[in-house]
Design a protein around this ligand. Structure first.
Ligand SMILES: [Mn+2]
Length: 327
């Protein structure tokens, strides 16, 4: 475990390790999102510029809405990427625990050097080198800091990745993690040729008709609890047709539009008696603590977990934990 605390010192240590080692495995958490995907792709640009052997390997497939990201085709699925053991160093990005990277955790654990780069407050510092800063808007912003430290030219491709990652993790610059620094970086990325409309459309404002029908069914299930401070919606497996988890991402955010709600959640039936729960908090109730009660995690304002049980059971379990927190 590293004992370096100063963010600048740790950034230097990360850069030194990237210069020193020659073969890297780069990975991120399961259910990859815009920040995790852009983070690993930006880091790959750094390693490419340094002329290092590197592979990006993920446990889960890439959701369709992120396939526009430049370089996304270079990301390998774990089953197509064996053998992985020859890598000297492993960079894990945007993942608060080693378990969150899924089946790859076993391979990574055997790696002589694990570099952990993340912005989750709850990060478990599982690396040999841990650059964890909960005040960063996104992990891609940390990747961008590495890139600029090496003086690597920001191409339009890189700019698209950085902008997209920040937009994703700040919810289009709405979440409290939006910093002046993130906006400055995004301004710079626009100067490099990024189209804000193109990226916002790709990530947030393009839905196929099936997704909108599913959204209508989910919203129709809306219930409010505790004097209308907690909202919840759900969707059954049979109403999902072929929709993926990425398609229903953001459904919970519609509950956030109700002014009086403090905490909102969306229960998505994954299998019989198993629900994926997305939680959102509007003020100072750290929702990741609630998710952690059920073995999940995330950020203070946005978190998730998987809970076993029937729909009423799952709802009751969450409401009970929330009741204690809201008192
Ligand atoms: Mn992130």
């Amino acid at each position: 475990m590293s004992c370096i605390q100063n963010p600048d010192e740790i950034l230097s240590a990360v850069c030194d390790a990237l210069k020193r080692e020659n073969s890297f495995l780069i990975t991120t958490h399961i259910r990859p999102d815009g920040d995790s995907l852009t983070s690993v792709l930006v880091l790959a640009h750094v390693l490419k510029a340094l002329d290092k052997d590197h592979w990006i390997v993920l446990d889960d497939p890439i959701p369709a809405k992120y396939r526009f990201l430049p370089g996304i085709e270079t990301i390998l699925q774990v089953q197509n990427a064996r053998p992985l053991t020859r890598h000297r160093a492993c960079v894990v990005m945007d993942s608060s625990t080693l378990n969150r990277i899924g089946t790859l955790a076993e391979t990574v654990q055997k790696c002589p050097l694990i570099i952990n780069i993340d912005h989750h407050h709850s990060n478990e510092h599982f690396g040999h080198l841990n650059w964890v800063n909960g005040d960063e808007s996104s992990t891609v912003e940390m990747g961008y800091a590495v890139l600029t430290r090496f003086g690597i030219e920001v191409t339009q491709e890189i700019a698209t990745l950085v902008y997209a990652g920040i937009v994703c993790d700040t919810g289009c610059f709405r979440f409290p993690n939006t910093t002046s620094r993130s906006l400055e970086i995004c301004g710079e990325m626009i100067r490099k040729g990024v189209s804000p409309k193109f990226i916002a459309d790709k990530m947030f404002y393009q839905k196929n008709p099936d997704t909108l029908r599913a959204l209508a069914r989910a919203l129709d299930s809306m219930e409010l609890y505790f004097n209308d401070t907690v909202g919840c919606i759900h969707i059954r497996k049979e109403d999902l047709d072929s929709l993926s988890e990425a398609d229903t991402e953001g459904f919970v955010d519609y509950l956030q539009l109700v002014p009086g709600t403090k905490v909102n959640f969306f229960m998505r039936e994954e299998a019989k008696n198993r629900y994926r729960v997305s939680l959102r908090s509007k003020n100072n109730i750290p929702i990741d603590e609630i998710a952690r009660v059920f073995g999940g995690g995330g950020h203070a304002q946005a978190a998730g977990c998987t809970i076993e049980g029937t729909l009423p059971d799952v709802r009751k379990k969450i409401l009970e934990v929330l009741r204690r927190r809201l008192d």
